[in-house]
Design a protein around this ligand. Structure first.
Ligand code: OOB
Length: 543
């Protein structure tokens, strides 16, 4: 297998087992859209709608042809199999076409989030040695072409920038096309694309997802949610996130010949009318959005009784879960998901109470969950410990970071998730906390290390720690605790510094506390637990 260097494949015995069990079937993601565009049977009609946005409808035939042309155009530009291409596009039809075209060309999309800015894009492009960036012209507040200029200046490998919309000095996405050509089929066991990790320690890492493993995730989640060609999926959160991309999400909907409906935001003004118009049967939201939907449902006269909502990504309060059926008429499923490839969820038939209080059971019978104590030993049944995972979709190594991998994977290949969990008497997963240094801001993951590094760039900041503080709507917000020289910087000053350093908006601290010194543990690390408690209670204990 000619795997991309830096990718850690599954050991042969596991790969054999996953193939024999029928999980990995040699499917490649470039075949998405194809059968439904080519096969002239009832449901397999190239004239069927594949993607719907606020701006229009697109058929399987149209998208299939466009993806072929873009793939050929990319090859003409010199994009080769195995090349990485950073893709930063909102929920648009161009996102879908770009991903499928890259899969067909054997190039590897690196899925940046819409909120990412110069710091994240440069980091990602340098990390994988990306040869191209696909972006859009502007979203309110950010001119992506200006960002792209800076990213290109910092990344010598980045040869091409394709822009959806007004290209400025770059290539227009719509001009990159050539007659469809024969392309070699990638190895299904090889990397198909990269997702960004929500993090354990350090900076965000890249997660290689293979054709085989992601195709299995698409198939298994669609099966579990009884999603088929008659159904419509609404992407209300960024489609670049695993939750909306592939659980079964947009790619899963296209894999079975269903409709993918793309909303530019989860705002009820846009999402509710789209759901009504398209008869959406499945969607995914984070708890903060679910709460907004529950509060505003009465204002919109929509019948959501056929809708199944997947909710996950952050702590879901049981009372919010219980309010879903009365307020929306919809059925809730509760998900614990990770871009790293482990999915646990309640099934639509599990009942409302299981969905309110547990994250259900693993996607697949060969997903292995272990709950361990601080020494790595399994805890007694029902007790809380760190969740370790292994399975046919769970990565065996973050991309090209062998040192890091040695600490976050056990010698037998389990990923230490940094999440605290227990398995209840019915065998369902219950997430109960976190030991990793990540703040979960409404489902958006903020890695403390990353923000701390940027805060230290202020010339009067001597030490900095970022901790989570509870927030009614988002679940958590960020608080920067800083040791500074006089005059201490203000919150606005630090937020501006981080903004100027090109960091995504959601990573800017929400609150600032200035202290004399940071509390340390006995081994001399910043004691985040003590710090978080002090921020909530009595700061004088550390001042
Ligand atoms: C989803 O994926 P990521 O990669 O953005 O974040 C994974 C992390 C988990 O390690 C955990 O810390 C947190 O998000 N998380 C939850 C949770 N589901 C995920 N924390 C508490 N309760 C939950 N139900 O967030 C994701 C991927 C696919 C589907 C759904 C969510």
């Amino acid at each position: 297998m000619a795997a991309r260097k830096g990718f850690t494949p599954w050991p042969a015995e596991f790969a054999d087992r996953y193939r024999k069990a029928g999980y990995w079937r040699g499917e490649v993601l470039g075949d998405l859209l194809r059968p439904w565009a080519d096969w002239d049977a009832d449901a397999r009609d190239p004239g069927r709608t594949a993607v719907v946005t606020r701006h229009g409808r697109h058929t399987y035939g149209e998208l299939d042809a466009r993806a072929d042309e873009l793939a050929a155009g990319l090859v003409e530009l010199g994009v080769r199999p195995g090349d990485a291409v950073v893709v930063q596009l909102p929920n648009t039809v161009e996102f879908v076409v770009t991903c499928v075209a890259l899969f067909r060309a054997g190039a590897l999309p690196v899925l940046a989030l819409p909120a990412h800015r110069r710091a994240e894009l440069t980091y990602l492009a340098q990390y994988v040695g990306a040869v191209a960036l696909v972006t859009s012209d502007r979203v309110p507040g950010v001119d992506h072409r200006a960002v792209a200029q800076e990213v290109r200046a910092a990344c010598p490998t980045l040869r091409h920038v394709l822009v959806v919309g007004e290209p400025g000095p770059f290539l227009a996405w719509s001009d990159v096309r050539a007659p469809a050509r024969e392309l070699s089929r990638p190895d299904p066991q090889d990397v198909a694309f990269f997702l960004l990790s929500g993090g354990t320690t350090g900076l965000p890492k890249l997660i290689p997802r293979t054709h085989d493993d992601y195709a299995f995730q698409l198939r298994a989640t669609a099966g579990a949610m009884s999603f088929d060609h008659r159904h419509a999926y609404l992407a209300a959160v960024p489609v670049a996130h695993n939750a909306a991309l592939g659980c079964p999400g947009v790619l899963g909907a296209l894999r079975v010949g269903g409709r993918a409906v793309l909303s530019s935001s989860p705002s009820p003004d846009e999402a509710f009318p789209l759901m009504a118009q398209e008869g959406v049967t499945l969607t995914t939201v984070m708890p903060a959005v679910l709460s907004l939907w529950v509060e505003t449902a009465g204002l919109f006269d929509v019948d959501l009784s056929e809708l199944v909502i997947e909710v996950g990504g952050a702590v879901l309060h049981p009372d919010l879960a219980r309010a879903v059926r009365p307020a929306l008429g919809a059925t809730l499923t509760h998900w614990f998901g990770m871009a790293e490839g482990m999915l646990c969820f309640t099934r639509p038939g599990d009942g409302d109470e299981a969905a309110a209080t547990t994250q259900g059971t693993p996607m697949c019978a060969d997903d292995e969950l272990l709950v361990v104590d601080a020494d790595g030993a399994p805890v007694p049944p029902g007790e809380v410990g760190e969740l370790l995972v292994r399975g046919p979709c769970a990565l065996r190594g973050y991309y090209a970071v062998p040192e890091h991998n040695r600490t976050v994977f056990t010698p037998d290949g389990f990923l230490r998730t940094g999440d605290l969990a227990r398995i209840d008497a019915e065998g369902r997963l219950v997430i109960s906390g976190r030991i990793k240094d990540v703040i979960n801001r409404g489902g958006e993951k903020v890695m403390a290390d990353e923000v701390e590094g940027h805060l230290l760039a202020h010339d009067r900041v001597r030490a900095a720690a970022v901790v989570g503080i509870p927030d009614q709507r988002l679940g958590e917000k960020t608080c920067a605790v800083v040791v500074a020289e006089d005059p201490a910087p203000s919150l606005m000053e630090l937020r501006k510094l981080l903004w100027d350093r090109g960091l995504a908006d959601y990573k800017l601290p929400d609150r600032l506390e200035i202290v004399e010194a940071l509390p340390l543990t006995t081994v001399g690390k910043v004691d985040k637990r003590a710090l978080a408690a002090a921020v909530l209670g009595d700061l004088s204990v550390i001042r």
